[in-house]
Design a protein around this ligand. Structure first.
Ligand SMILES: Nc1nc2c(ncn2[C@@H]2O[C@H](COP(=O)(O)OP(=O)(O)OP(=O)(O)O)[C@@H](O)[C@H]2O)c(=O)[nH]1
Ligand SMILES: [Mg+2]
Length: 218
């Protein structure tokens, strides 16, 4: 599946996934990131939902194409089909639910086997605002993250704390890996595409007339 973003002016397009058990706040995190507000009365996601946002990372414009997957088991076969070629993922658990924390290993295995093997994952301990009901400590989760080579943040889709940071941290790491040569955007299934600006640089001689900007159709 090609995700070429020829019509927006970003330097790169990254495919992102949001994965984790049902009710951990994945859809609320995406909504907070895109709309800057808390999604009231969020219902279980049916299959997958989609969102996108252009962000600035270290002077580069990056379009994040984000697939918010359903956590419920009955949608697992559908959601799994969206993993392929993702460059980054938010792996979400709920700090007030040990059950969602215990499920992390399964989600991680799925992500690493079904998406790109070099997928960059940030672990998000969501519902940070419910500290009184906490069942998983920060320390325990940060150890798990370290052992599994994940970045880690505690977030709150309710207050917005660390939500933008989580997406940006993941995007920044991918960009660093591209710049260091560790990730090759041209490899099939990398989850990365060059945006319009880079294509122009690659394909047109310096000083050539640039195309007029059109709204992104991705
Ligand atoms: N207090 C608090 N509640 C939250 C937070 N994020 C989500 N919620 C609540 O948690 C419930 C589930 O949120 P969703 O975003 O729908 O969960 P989900 O992970 O998308 O669930 P599935 O789509 O079924 O996989 C909702 O009742 C939200 O209001 C948060 O940061 N703090
Ligand atoms: Mg959802």
């Amino acid at each position: 599946v090609l995700h070429l973003c020829l019509f927006c002016s970003s330097d790169f397009l990254f495919k992102f996934l949001v994965i984790g058990s049902a009710g951990t706040g994945k859809s609320c995190l995406l909504h907070q990131f895109i709309e800057n507000k808390f999604k009231q009365d969020s219902n279980h996601t049916i299959g997958v939902e989609f969102g996108s946002k252009v962000v600035n990372v270290g002077g580069k414009t990056v379009k994040l194409q984000i697939w918010d997957t359903a956590g419920q088991e009955r949608f697992r076969s559908v959601t799994r089909s969206y993993y392929r070629g993702a460059a980054g993922a938010l792996l979400v658990y709920d700090i007030t639910s040990r059950e969602t924390y215990n499920a992390l290993t399964n989600w991680l295995t799925d992500a690493r086997t079904l998406a790109s093997p070099s997928i960059v994952i940030i672990l998000c301990g969501n519902k940070k605002d419910l500290d009184a009901d906490r069942e998983v400590t920060f320390l325990e989760a940060s150890r798990f993250a370290q052992e599994n080579e994940l970045m880690f943040l505690e977030t709150s889709a309710l207050t917005g704390e660390n939500v933008e940071e989580a997406f940006l941290k993941c995007a920044r790491t991918i960009l660093n890996k591209i710049e260091s040569g560790e990730l090759d955007p041209e490899r099939m299934g990398s989850g990365i595409q060059y945006g319009d600006t880079s294509l122009r640089h690659l394909r047109q001689p310096r000083g050539a007339q640039t195309q007029s900007k059109q709204p992104c159709r991705c």
